[in-house]
Ligand binder design. Structure first.
Ligand code: ZN
Length: 219
């Protein structure tokens, strides 16, 4: 299933972009012990919807097209779906099988090149969709990096880590400018993290220059 392409005053809105009507009330965070050990939970937690990979997940709703698009934010549910099914973050169609060499394109904000093993919350993207995003997405005007990737594997989650002693959110550490802390799914810290996004690690990385992005196809 693919979503209808949405626009805002003539500007195409990427599939994973959050809309203002999608914000949901967040319950109080409490201390909870699960099979994996002690960590955080919600006071009215439903493990079927509030946890993924055993980790507590921020609450969100799906109402694309309602309210205003929040171009700097991703909807947690659509971001996760895009990562789990390798869907394009812009158009929501599959990226697997769209290139003869089997590789996938990734587009990240920030001018620093994408490195081998880098972790990211950005789902993959088609080349034509990457060009569209670079043209229309204001944050990417401050710099972006593109790479072809052989494998993207689940690394963990991006979220806010809570202090195991006080249950207060720890000071924010950023993975890339504006990105939440990336936490390894196998680490003890994941039990103390309120996750917003799925994080993958990128392997078999070949950087693509911005000039090459504008040619089609990228060799
Ligand atoms: Zn696309």
């Amino acid at each position: 299933m693919t979503a209808k392409r949405l626009h805002w005053h003539g500007t195409p809105v990427p599939y994973i972009t959050a809309w203002s009507a999608e914000a949901a009330p967040q319950p109080r965070v409490v201390r909870r012990t699960t099979g994996a050990g002690e960590g955080i939970g919600f006071e009215d937690e439903d493990p079927r919807t509030d946890r993924r990979y055993g980790v507590l997940w921020i609450r969100s709703t799906l109402a694309p097209g309602r309210g205003k698009p929040e171009f700097l934010l991703a909807n947690p549910l659509r971001q996760r779906r895009a990562m789990e099914h390798s869907l394009c973050q812009v158009c929501s169609r599959p990226t697997i099988g769209t290139r003869a060499d089997g590789r996938t394109l990734f587009l990240l904000g920030g001018a620093r090149p994408i490195t081998e093993g880098e972790t990211t919350t950005a789902p993959p993207v088609h080349q034509t969709c990457a060009r569209l995003a670079v043209e229309h997405c204001p944050p990417l005007g401050r710099g972006f990096a593109v790479a072809l990737v052989e494998r993207a594997t689940l690394y963990g989650i991006a979220g806010v880590i809570y202090d195991p002693e006080t249950l207060a959110p720890l000071p924010r550490t950023e993975a890339r400018p504006g990105e939440l802390a990336h936490v390894d799914i196998a680490s003890a810290a994941s039990r103390w993290t309120l996750a917003s996004f799925t994080v993958v690690s990128l392997h078999g990385v070949t950087a693509v220059g911005s000039d090459a992005l504008r040619r089609f196809p990228v060799p």
